[in-house]
Design a protein around this ligand. Structure first.
Ligand code: WT7
Length: 651
């Protein structure tokens, strides 16, 4: 019998836990040579030329890596010039694959739409011309605020075509969150849609955009896609369909971009109260996602790939849009959730589209498990060749369920670790080369170097737990983050040891075979259903509410979602901790961030546990939230609070 937990504790690898890649998969795979790791090592950084070679460059890079200068000075593929939309469209049409499906869309109400590469190319050209009508030029940031609909991909690639970085904001975010993200990027054009459907009802998106634009300190232009099919929702804004019609059939020459010119902005949650801005480059990022789509997702032009992530998150950017389209594959876009209208929706989509590669999150797999394999019984999933997971640790049980029930023990599973900041995958197995270890991610991909370090930045031996750090540059490295952010700090903090150490904020342990187990976040970041939330951001939203003195947010353990948001809230004196205040806390968080961040638990308390110097000790709150013994409270100035809270949470 295998015992995953024991294995993690001792760092011993046990051969009986390994599952070899199925021979039928290996026979046809893109990367099959086990020496690929050594070759990449020996040739580093030139090994990454293989990634760049998957793209079409209008000017070849002079070299692979220019490692000079400060942390902002690393340049991948210097001298190289290219355009991302040309790589995702023109070259496939030119190669005679214009009639192949680029996008297969599955809408929330069960509608479907198909766009071939030729059709997508046509729309992208027309919309690129439309954006120019609005005076969008190279390097202007265009905000995109939409659910997963084909127009979002058109808009992304149209921006890329004219060299305007896009900033896709998850459509579930609030007006405030949208406004902050627009202002931080000085973006004055937003492409959005009238609304979307939630449980069959139309939800208004446009008034959120109107509110956001009112609070931005400069003039903005809105372009609105008609998603609901009802004119009444469109207001007086510019219409996407008018812009498209006005320029239908026009061609816009792809603007040549330097390899390190920006392709997009994306925001993520960090440890500060503000969202962290991450800016990804054209050449490095696109090479990284194309290479990992080829080597890890094993994609070929003939494949239909389905990554279930929302395009508003990095996973959607990299493995719904840019990776699959750069390689000329068919990408499935799904607007809904796994149980809409029924719990068999995913399997219906896989069967109908003969999906080859399926990439989803452990939180979804845990839900499938709970719903039971009966939901699969009527479906033919034999088109599947490879399965992937991303976003949070997958436990051995969920892994094995996925392997057996979805993959029929014939599809390898790639458990891929990466982050918004890395742009693309960093740790995984190569599906035709490496044995799989359920619950253990894999090795750093060829060309990627990682280490596990202690608090002083010293590398730890195998079997010891510490922080995962990236020790060499990688192509998907973002251009830089803003001043004073996590990224800049983590680089500077460790500069004395090695200039190229990026602290990931994740706790990890390397086994003696080089495989890495990921054990969760070390910082104040929560992972709720694979979505990243900053506790500080949520706390700032709560304390901004009238009548609230202090708040602390921690993660509660949750079998399905990984974590939940548990808020401890201390009202001002004379303010009653009543239901009305609870509602205001929920609404305050929803307005500031969005429904994803709304606490599932709110505990009112007269005080928060603090040290003598006034620091809130979250570990006590976490223990209480999870019904664990908070232990020794002698470090606290107000130990009596812990007892008070324990009795409150028990209720
Ligand atoms: C955080 C990054 C990049 C994809 C989606 C999330 C966690 C990601 C795994 C994995 C264990 C994982 C980490 C990481 N994470 N993949 N395979 N196993 N944990 O991107 O929102 O930037 O979140 O997700 O904690 O730091 P993100």
């Amino acid at each position: 019998m295998s015992d995953g937990r024991n294995e993690i504790a001792t760092g011993q690898s046990r051969m009986d836990d390994r599952i070899a890649p199925p021979p039928s998969f290996v026979e046809q795979a893109n990367v099959t040579d086990p020496t690929v790791y050594e070759t990449f090592d020996a040739e580093w950084p030139d090994c990454w030329r293989r990634a760049a070679d998957l793209l079409t460059w209008t000017q070849s890079p002079e070299s692979v890596l220019d490692d000079g200068g400060d942390s902002d000075g690393v340049r991948w593929f210097p001298g190289g010039r290219l355009n991302a939309s040309e790589n995702c469209l023109d070259r496939h049409v030119d190669a005679g694959r214009g009639d192949q499906t680029a996008i297969q869309w599955e809408g929330k109400l069960g509608e479907t739409r198909t766009k071939t590469y030729r059709e997508l190319h046509r729309d992208v050209n027309a919309f690129a011309a439309g954006l120019r009508d609005l005076e969008v030029e190279a390097d202007d940031v265009v905000t995109l605020f939409m659910p997963v609909i084909p127009e979002l991909v058109v808009a992304m690639l149209a921006c890329a075509r004219i060299g305007a970085p896009h900033s896709v904001v998850f459509a579930g975010f609030s007006a405030d969150a949208l406004a902050t993200r627009m202002e931080r990027a000085e973006s004055d054009v937003v492409v959005t849609c009238d609304g979307y459907y939630r449980r069959g009802n139309a939800v208004d998106l446009l008034s959120k955009v109107d509110n956001a634009c009112l609070s931005v300190s400069y003039e903005t232009t809105q372009v609105v896609v008609d998603r609901l099919g009802d004119e009444r929702y469109l207001g007086d804004h510019r219409r996407y369909c008018d812009l498209l019609a006005a320029h239908d059939g026009e061609t816009v020459d792809p603007v040549e971009r330097a390899a390190d010119d920006l392709l997009f902005y994306i925001y993520t949650s960090g440890t500060t109260g503000e969202p962290t801005q991450v800016r990804h480059t054209t050449g490095g990022y696109l090479s990284h996602v194309a290479w990992t789509s080829h080597a890890v997702l094993d994609l070929e032009p003939r494949d239909t790939h389905w990554c279930t992530a929302d395009i508003g998150w990095i996973t959607g950017h990299s493995y719904v849009v840019y990776g699959p389209l750069a390689l000329g594959a068919t990408t499935v876009l799904y607007e809904g959730t796994p149980d809409q209208p029924e719990k068999d929706r995913f399997w219906k989509i896989i069967e109908r589209n003969a999906v080859d590669v399926f990439y989803t999150a452990p939180t979804a797999i845990r839900a499938f498990m709970k719903w039971g394999a009966d939901h699969l019984a009527d479906y033919d999933l034999s088109s599947l060749r490879l399965l992937g997971t991303v976003g949070e640790p997958i436990d051995e049980t969920a892994w094995k369920w996925y392997y057996k029930h979805i993959g029929n023990e014939e599809c390898p599973i790639v458990d891929t670790w990466w982050q918004t900041e890395t742009g693309g995958m960093m740790l995984s197995t190569l599906p035709a080369v490496d044995a799989m270890r359920p619950g253990v991610v894999g090795r750093p991909l060829p060309g990627v170097e990682l280490a596990v370090v202690n608090g002083l930045g010293e590398e730890l031996p195998d079997g010891e737990t510490g922080q995962l750090v990236v020790t060499k540059p990688w192509p998907g490295q973002p251009k830089s983050l803003c001043e004073g952010t996590e990224w800049a700090q983590s680089i500077h903090l460790t500069e004395s040891i090695d200039r190229w150490r990026y602290a990931t904020g994740d706790s990890a342990m390397r086994h003696d075979d080089g495989y890495v187990s990921l054990l969760g976040r070390l910082d104040d970041v929560l992972n709720v259903s694979g979505k990243r939330l900053g506790t500080t951001e949520i706390e700032s939203a709560i304390v901004a509410i009238d009548g609230i003195a202090e708040a602390a947010v921690v993660g509660g353990d949750d079998e399905l979602r990984g974590s939940t948001v548990h808020a401890y809230v201390s009202p001002e004196a004379n303010v009653a901790a009543a239901d009305d205040l609870r509602t205001r806390v929920r609404e305050g968080v929803e307005d500031a961030i969005g429904p994803v961040a709304v606490p599932t638990e709110i505990t009112f308390t007269s005080a928060l546990p603090k040290t003598r110097s006034g620091k809130i000790l979250r570990r006590y709150l976490e223990a209480i939230a999870n019904g664990e013994d908070p232990g020794d409270t002698s470090a606290l100035r107000n130990p009596e609070v812990v007892g008070e809270l324990e009795s409150l949470v028990d209720d």
